[in-house]
Design a protein around this ligand. Structure first.
Ligand SMILES: [Zn+2]
Length: 456
């Protein structure tokens, strides 16, 4: 633990708790004020935003241009508000040892790998980083696991172990003798992960959604013997089947969290309503379609635009995230939080498969179409792969009860036909384990036609 940051962190956590008692109109006043201050700062210190928003300085947020990760990286040195930050130097810094060091002695650095091979870098000064850590603490508190740096609680994270992954950086900051934590690479063979967890006996378990389900299966099969108080999932779409698996193994559903390396936590589930509320006091979210037109609450958009109100080093204003989410149309009647909630995440638009339509042309099939069939199968894991010749390969691991491959293929064909897709050859294959990506994720849907997307 960084001793200097501790009192500031506790004060930030207390501050965030107060926001949870706000009324909706108090929240809106604070958002407007936060946005005004963010824009003033960006226009004063960021040469990029001075040009990017020229003539629009007084226009409302939804009239401002959208910032993509590619633009952010292309204009990195002009976008940052501290002229001593240089992308080349940040890259150099990131190729060294991550522990206990800060860029220019004052910036925490996180990176997204990105399967394109072009990592994005995100820098945070001390107040920003304190807010990031406090936002993670809030996600944990909402599960009912109150943050207490004095109580001994063992934490285990099964995820990417890249030292520049945001959660690794968070772990380094909050590490104390009383909150020991280990990180286990999700890309390790399953028996090694199980063995490490059995030895560690975590009180809090954090894992990719797909991994939580695999670990639940291991627990139910009697190979994994842990009793976590809470299980947190992130980074991937959490399906109903994953929820049920974790509940069967450890007595409660996992608490799902939604975040990004660029923004820290965006939303987290609250124990009273089990709904994923957006951290609207820290960031503004806009759900939009492919053409960036607003999508009303209750409907899925194609992208999410995030404005991080506390960002100063690298201001993020209408920053594009390629996730298809749906916001609630009504306020939550259960928990009393003033924040909107996300009532559906379809995952990244990149996860949708482009499939020949029955009537010619192509249609986009969302991962949820496959979930409808696959989530009720007695298997421990699955993956649908679109091959280069447009046929589908379905991988199944841990299949039980004499599952019939032809019945699985038929059920998928039926779902696809109901969406208007043409009939495709589908091959079912049984594997010992669903192959994982370099960062250890096991995507439910994969296309071998084009490999794009974001790995957090
Ligand atoms: Zn709620």
């Amino acid at each position: 633990m960084n001793i200097k940051i501790m009192p500031k962190l506790l004060s930030a956590i207390r501050q965030l708790r107060k926001h949870e008692n706000w009324t909706r109109s108090q929240l809106e006043v604070s958002q407007a004020d936060g946005l005004r201050r963010l824009r003033e700062y960006a226009y004063a210190y960021s040469p990029f935003y001075q040009k990017f928003h020229r003539g629009l300085e007084d226009r409302p947020l939804n009239e401002l241009p959208v910032l993509t990760k590619a633009m952010l990286m292309e204009h990195f040195d002009e976008l940052v508000t501290d002229p001593s930050i240089q992308l080349e130097k940040v890259r150099e810094f990131a190729s060294g040892n991550a522990d206990k060091r800060r860029y220019l002695d004052r910036y925490w650095v996180t990176a997204t790998s990105g399967s394109s091979g072009h990592p994005g870098f995100f820098l945070f000064n001390e107040p920003e980083w304190t807010t990031v850590i406090a936002s993670f603490a809030r996600g944990q508190e909402w599960s009912g696991a109150k943050v207490n740096f004095l109580r001994r609680r063992r934490m285990a994270t099964v995820a990417s172990i890249s030292p520049w992954h945001m959660s690794s950086q968070v772990a380094v900051t909050v590490k104390t003798p009383s909150t020991p934590s280990i990180r286990i690479a999700a890309s390790l063979p399953l028996e090694n992960i199980v063995q490490k967890l059995n030895t560690w006996q975590p009180d809090l378990l954090i894992a990719y959604a797909s991994m939580s389900r695999i670990l639940a299966e291991e627990q139910l099969a009697g190979r994994l013997h842990i009793a976590p108080e809470k299980v947190f999932t992130s980074s991937e779409v959490l399906t109903d089947q994953m929820r049920r698996g974790v509940k069967a193994a450890w007595g409660d559903e996992p608490f799902n969290q939604y975040g990004a390396t660029e923004t820290a936590d965006i939303a987290a589930e609250h124990k009273l309503c089990r709904r994923m509320h957006v951290f609207e006091d820290l960031l503004l979210v806009e759900v939009v379609d492919q053409q960036y037109r607003p999508v009303p609450p209750g409907e899925y958009g194609s992208k999410l635009l995030v404005t991080t109100l506390f960002s100063r080093t690298q201001p993020l204003i209408r920053y594009e995230i390629n996730d298809s989410v749906r916001l609630s149309a009504e306020p939550c009647p259960i928990c009393g939080l003033p924040f909107a909630f996300i009532d559906g995440i379809q995952g990244r638009v990149e996860d949708a498969l482009s499939i020949p339509a029955a009537k010619g042309g192509k249609i986009l099939i969302q991962p949820l179409v496959f979930n409808r069939v696959m989530d009720i199968l007695p298997v421990s894991g699955w993956q649908v792969i679109q091959e280069a010749d447009l046929t589908l390969t379905v991988l199944l691991s841990g299949a039980r009860n004499g599952i019939r491959d032809e019945a699985v293929a038929d059920a998928i064909r039926k779902e696809l036909a109901s969406e208007g897709a043409s009939v495709l050859p589908i091959k079912v294959q049984h594997v010992a384990e669903i192959p994982k990506s370099a960062s250890g994720k096991a995507p439910l849907i994969k296309s071998n036609i084009h490999q794009n997307g974001r790995i957090v």
